[in-house]
Ligand binder design. Structure first.
Ligand SMILES: [Zn+2]
Length: 365
């Protein structure tokens, strides 16, 4: 499995429990069993419906299961069909996105395919640019004409998720690069006149702790959605969190089986949402409300409006609706807009509160 996770992650720790069923030790916690965190779950799910929304920035306390949620979502999705032998796991059915090697292979014979789990790749802090985009060995390429490209993390993340823990601690130029590649769906590596390109479509998920260094506003604005997660506050929720985690750790196979039906239903909603997405309509009136909301909040440029529109459409598709309504817009607006607000020296309220207030003023209570 193309996971690149630190061994400290409880999910990848070898299972020392008594579970005897053939559940792989790397099996993640089921997505549907995550308690609360509705905003985060919704943002991740609609990103799975429409990966072009532009990724999710998750702000919140440590230990709120951000990484668990991303892995759980990837595991919820059906395995993807990949070209056998391709280092970028190209999709055999999407010829237009193939890498050069797949094109060469296909010229000789129809490529074989197999199933692979949707990848979740961890971005290590301090990774070099070569490690991220891949390394082109010029000497080898020129002297021996061999395949001189060593794929990086972006290749491994193709068609899956790239997770950056503590995105605010990553160098700005790397964050910039990741966002560029995620937006274009292609990684281009150029060295002294040689160039290699390969598909790199992934959903970027960054986690951050607002107290530990801030992201530049220009970078914040480039993430599609942002969500806030908190440690569950009620005793009932905390009991649920502990009880489920304990049950999972004691007997993964049984726990996964208990949640299988919920997982199946959720998977069907995502898949149906993807199918429905291209035909979901947005009325002029609803679009006008979305634009008015962005204007009232003073968000810059078109990106806010576009993201709000796409996110509302993906939400409608996920929920089985054929048309985007004001309700979709107002429910997704905090996630689509709160990280795009400029500081207002005359307004002490936080970004979420300002978005909420503008929503009520425009749409009513
Ligand atoms: Zn390929």
């Amino acid at each position: 499995m193309p996971h690149d996770q630190p061994s400290a992650d409880p999910i990848s720790r070898p299972d020392t429990g008594a579970a005897s069923a053939p559940v792989p030790v790397s099996v993640p916690f089921p997505f549907s069993a995550i308690v609360g965190q509705d905003e985060m779950k919704r943002a991740l799910l609609i990103s799975a419906v429409d990966p072009t929304i532009g990724g999710v920035l998750v702000f919140g306390d440590r230990g709120t299961g951000k990484s668990t949620a991303v892995r759980a979502l990837a595991a919820l999705l059906p395995p993807m069909r990949v070209v056998v032998g391709c280092r970028f796991h190209c999709d055999p059915d999407a010829e237009a996105t193939w890498c050069g090697e797949c094109r060469e292979r296909a010229a000789l014979a129809r490529p074989d395919s197999r199933l692979e789990p949707v990848p979740v790749v961890d971005m290590p802090l301090g990774a070099t640019e070569d490690r991220v985009i891949g390394a082109l060995d010029l000497e080898r390429a020129l002297s021996r004409g061999e395949k001189a490209f060593e794929p990086g993390l972006l290749a491994r993340a193709n068609r899956g998720f790239l997770y950056i823990d503590e995105v605010n601690l990553l160098e700005d130029h790397l964050v910039d690069l990741l966002i560029d590649v995620a937006a274009s769906g292609e990684n281009v590596v150029e060295r002294e006149g040689l160039s290699i390109r390969h598909p790199a479509r992934f959903v970027l998920v960054g986690s951050g702790n607002p107290e530990e260094g801030e992201l530049r506003p220009q970078l914040l604005d480039r993430f599609g959605l942002s969500v806030e997660v908190r440690t569950p506050a009620t005793i009932a929720d905390r009991i649920d969190v502990v009880r489920r985690r304990d049950a999972f750790d004691r007997d993964r196979a049984r726990f996964v089986l208990t949640w299988r039906q919920a997982e199946d239903s959720l998977r069907q909603l995502v898949l149906a949402g993807r199918t429905r997405l291209p035909s979901v309509e947005v009325s002029e009136a609803t679009l006008a409300q979305a634009v008015r909301l962005c204007m009232a909040l003073g968000t810059d440029g078109l990106r806010a409006e576009l993201t709000l529109l796409r996110a509302a459409r993906a939400l409608a598709a996920f929920e089985g609706d054929v048309e985007v309504t004001d309700t979709h817009v107002r429910r997704i607006a905090p996630s689509a807009l709160r990280h795009r607000l400029r500081r207002d020296p005359l307004d002490e309220a936080g970004s979420s509160a300002r978005v909420d207030r503008a929503i009520v003023e425009l749409f009513g209570p």
